[in-house]
Design a protein around this ligand. Structure first.
Ligand code: SF4
Ligand code: SF4
Length: 77
């Protein structure tokens, strides 16, 4: 299932946009982020990167969590 952002809780930090593996998260006029649901591949990277937990929280396997944590560390250094 594609992810959905709860806009009322989004603070526009852009973490999700930086880590999205297919680039389907963009900035809205209000600086908050939106997900192009037709392009989302449900990888879960944005879910892990969001400090506000305002992206739908689907179940992830331990392998997926480890994969994204390694990627995220590299993308932020
Ligand atoms: S689940 Fe993955 S593909 Fe979908 S919006 Fe989040 S980071 Fe992008
Ligand atoms: S990571 Fe969360 S709070 Fe930050 S822009 Fe994305 S949805 Fe908004």
């Amino acid at each position: 299932m594609p992810r959905i952002i709860s806009k009322s809780d989004c603070v526009g930090c852009a973490n999700c946009e930086r880590v999205c593996i297919v680039g389907c998260i963009t900035e809205d006029k209000d600086k908050k982020r939106r997900i192009n649901e037709s392009a989302c591949v449900d990888c879960g990277a944005c879910q892990l990167a969001c400090p506000r937990k305002c992206i739908s929280q689907n179940n992830l396997t331990k392998k997926m969590i480890l994969f994204h944590k390694n990627r995220t560390i590299k993308s932020f250094v």
